[in-house]
Design a protein around this ligand. Sequence first.
Ligand SMILES: C[S@@+](CC[C@H](N)C(=O)[O-])C[C@H]1O[C@@H](n2cnc3c(N)ncnc32)[C@H](O)[C@@H]1O
Length: 223
Amino acid sequence: MNINFDTFGLKNPYTRFDKTLLTKNYNHIVNKEYWYYENTLPVFERLIKEYKPKTIIEVGSYLGYSAVNMGRICKENNLDTKILCIDTWLGSHEHWTCKINDYLPLYDYFENGISSMYDRFIQIVLSHDLDNNIIPLPNTSYNMYLILKELNITGDLIFVDGEHSAKGVYEDVSNYYQLLNPGGALFGDDFTWPSVKEGCEKFSNETGLEVEDIGVTHFRIKK
Ligand SMILES: C[S@@+](CC[C@H](N)C(=O)[O-])C[C@H]1O[C@@H](n2cnc3c(N)ncnc32)[C@H](O)[C@@H]1O
């Protein structure tokens, strides 16, 4: 199946911006968050080389760091991968409440009382020439799970990095594991968080499936 915006009845959001006017950088991400994120690149690289995914489903995209890097790594490995990015672009619970997260760029994108993170995501993707590969799907992870299921859309790699509560992780992992192709893998970030571990353990206890710690801060569940 050739997945594109029409598949979801959406208009292409990239046409609203002029690519030539965008600079190729992450602005705030480079300044404020890069130190943290760069550790995760080898994990993406390893999994993409191992699974050679035609379709990646990402739950939780924020400002596009993981999506853009997965897209870049796919291209470098001559893979014409479609990356479906699911996010409300409204931020997670911890972004709104955790004081130590004051450095997070979320706040920069609520300046008019509502999030403009989605537009920033679109610009970041466009500036990295990944607009043919990355399809943003602005909805809750649960709604999008139902939609993908109805459309019979599955992934070879599924990256779960959305809501980080135990309940949220358990639900995302349980739902999206159903959309994983045989031979593929669901992986996720922040396995060092007790809540993320708890959600994964609940899924593992119920299904008997192994949740592997694959290093840095990531877990993997194979199918
Ligand atoms: C940790 S951030 C994702 C980071 C991103 N993967 C990266 O590496 O740059 C979590 C994201 O999940 C989104 N999110 C939280 N709960 C969600 C839900 N129920 N449905 C969709 N997105 C959600 C938030 O808006 C936030 O952007």
